[in-house]
Design a protein around this ligand. Structure first.
Ligand code: GDP
Length: 191
């Protein structure tokens, strides 16, 4: 399949937002410890490295994917680490975000309840057109599952979100998550 991370942007397009090459801000939300940083690092670097932390505020990580219709999407990924403690930054964090990923841990019901809080925050601060994904992470720990798949499906459906279960540890469904988001992005009209 002709889909997947391809590294940097094509220098010829200069990173502009045209019909073929989109550049989007993506924010990641969820309780501490659900695996947000690991998901981002798995996607961007192809590694599972729990000791490496994504730094928030100063910069973001980016990754470009190519879709089958020869369009590219460059994700500029803002990890939420510590955001809860900096409520005043919230409007800045959400501003201009085209995509939001809300993550919970399938072994942790409290993180699932917290996901509903983050969805409300998104409604409050996010753009009305924001593409939202609900992600049940740590799917490799199925023997410790405490949040049924159906609960995730129902919650996502109720909130008009895309739903997927992932494992940053095994890489299961990580690329699929970002590909599905890319497909759902509104496209500028082609000239
Ligand atoms: P964050 O606080 O949401 O950014 O969470 P981290 O990405 O720092 O991950 C928290 C912990 O969960 C780390 O110890 C990771 O090793 C572990 N973790 C993250 N993703 C997975 C996963 O998919 N499966 C398993 N088994 N552990 C994971």
């Amino acid at each position: 399949r002709n889909v997947g991370p391809i590294g940097g942007l094509n220098p010829e397009n200069g990173g502009s937002n045209d019909a073929k090459n989109l550049r989007v801000k993506l924010v990641v939300l969820g309780s501490s410890g659900v695996g947000k940083s690991c998901i981002v690092l798995r996607f961007v670097r192809g590694q599972f490295d729990p000791t490496s932390k994504v730094t928030v505020g100063a910069s973001f990580l980016s990754q470009t994917i190519a879709l089958q219709d020869s369009t590219t999407v460059k994700f500029e990924i803002w990890d939420t680490a510590g955001q809860e403690r900096y409520a005043a930054l919230a409007p800045l964090y959400y501003r201009g975000a085209a995509v939001a990923i809300v993550v919970y841990d399938i072994t942790n019901p409290e993180s699932f309840s917290k996901a509903q809080y983050w969805i409300k925050e998104l409604r409050k601060h996010g753009s009305p057109e924001i593409v939202m994904a609900l992600v049940g992470n740590k799917a490799d720990l199925h023997e410790k599952r405490e949040v049924p798949v159906q609960d995730g499906i129902d919650c996502a459906e109720k909130n008009g979100m895309f739903f997927i279960e992932t494992s940053a540890k095994t890489a299961d469904n990580i690329n699929q998550l970002f590909e599905e988001i890319a497909k759902r992005l509104p496209r500028p009209a082609s000239s």
